[in-house]
Design a protein. Structure first.
Length: 344
């Protein structure tokens, strides 16, 4: 609805897409909050000149309280010790420390249990220079076909909210919806929604695809560094893991597991070059990988190689890569390391 704010979640360098550029794009298109995993991610955004409200969704230890207040970063709160440290830091700096209280409604992860919330809110209400600006929870299976557990989590959360409302302790900002819940469950929207993976045009799950019109924001590309002609019987790569069975053209590409291009136990399997699929041969190295281009005519140094994205009539999606690696699309893009340039 028009009164619901959007918090763009930028954990892990914007899910591997580049947090600063993603933050600016999100804020220019209607987001009013940014969500990160830790203080370091928040400070990076502040140092890039981003002054929008930022919420640390994960754990921040008490010894980082002063830096969090100094950078005007809102923190997830579920610990009396951290609350007291924030209060002391805010008093010392002459500022206000803002927090959102985290409630565990069934994730079994960070947060207060529902029956702990009211006593905790009473306790922190007396702390000087500490403002409880919000309260939130996280939904563990909102991306699955069966939403019964998600509705149960929301009912537990609603009960907590009702109790706080009766006591006059309900914060003004309330949120629970991740990407899947944002797309599927209006009742979970409250005052803020927190889309993450869907911001990048990637499906939260097979049961929760992105709406029509969404498309992946990321392509992952490099170029051919060298093409070499090898006779039959030549070994390729570490451990002599591959041997040519025929005269072969092997292209070396400058990407490896230190870039997030997984080595094993499973790897990408194929890449695109010349509009066709080329198999990876030998072991993926730290910084380089070899591919067999024997059956792709005309491949030469400098040619574009697509690891994720489209080329000609072929396409390799993040979801395809995730299936090959035995993981989820979140992990594939989040593993693309910072040394890989992000180009808009």
């Amino acid at each position: 609805g028009p009164d619901v704010e959007v918090m763009a979640v930028l954990k892990a360098d914007g899910y591997g897409h580049g947090a600063v550029k993603t933050a600016r794009t999100a804020l220019n298109n209607g987001a009013t909050w940014l969500g990160v995993a830790c203080l370091g991610e928040a400070v990076d955004l502040r140092q890039a000149g981003i002054d929008a409200p930022i919420l640390i969704l994960g754990f921040t230890p008490a010894w980082q309280a002063r830096e969090a207040v100094l950078h005007d970063v809102t923190m997830a709160l579920f610990s009396p010790e951290v609350a007291e440290a924030l209060s002391r830091a805010a008093i010392d700096l002459g500022r206000v420390a803002r927090v959102h209280v985290k409630v565990d409604t069934g994730m079994g992860r960070l947060g207060l249990m529902p029956d702990e919330v009211l006593p905790f809110m009473r306790q922190v209400a007396s702390l000087e220079s500490l403002e409880v600006d919000g309260i939130f929870t996280h939904l563990s299976v909102a991306d699955e076909a069966d939403l019964s557990y998600t509705h149960w989590q929301l009912e537990r959360f609603d009960a907590v909210l009702a109790e706080l409302r009766r006591e006059g302790l309900l914060p003004r900002r309330i949120h629970a919806a991740n990407s899947a819940a944002t797309l599927r469950l209006r009742r979970s929207h409250y005052t803020i929604v927190r889309p993450g993976i869907a911001l990048y045009g990637l499906n939260p799950s097979a049961d929760t695809p992105c709406p029509e019109g969404f498309c992946p924001a990321l392509s992952f590309k490099c170029q051919v560094a060298q093409v070499k002609e090898l006779p039959a019987g030549c070994y390729v790569g570490y451990g002599r893991a591959f041997v040519t069975e025929r005269p072969s053209r092997i292209a070396v590409i400058p990407v490896g597991y230190a870039d997030g291009f997984r080595r094993g136990p499973a790897h990408w399997g194929e890449v695109l070059v010349g509009g066709r699929r080329a198999p990876i041969v030998g072991r993926v190295c730290m910084d380089q990988t070899m591919i067999d281009v024997t059956d792709i005519p005309g491949v030469r140094q400098g040619d574009e190689v697509v690891l994720i994205g489209e080329q000609g009539d072929e396409r390799i999606t993040v979801d395809e890569v995730a299936r090959r690696l035995g993981t989820i699309n979140y992990e594939v893009v989040s593993e693309i390391l910072a040394r890989v340039p992000r180009v808009v």
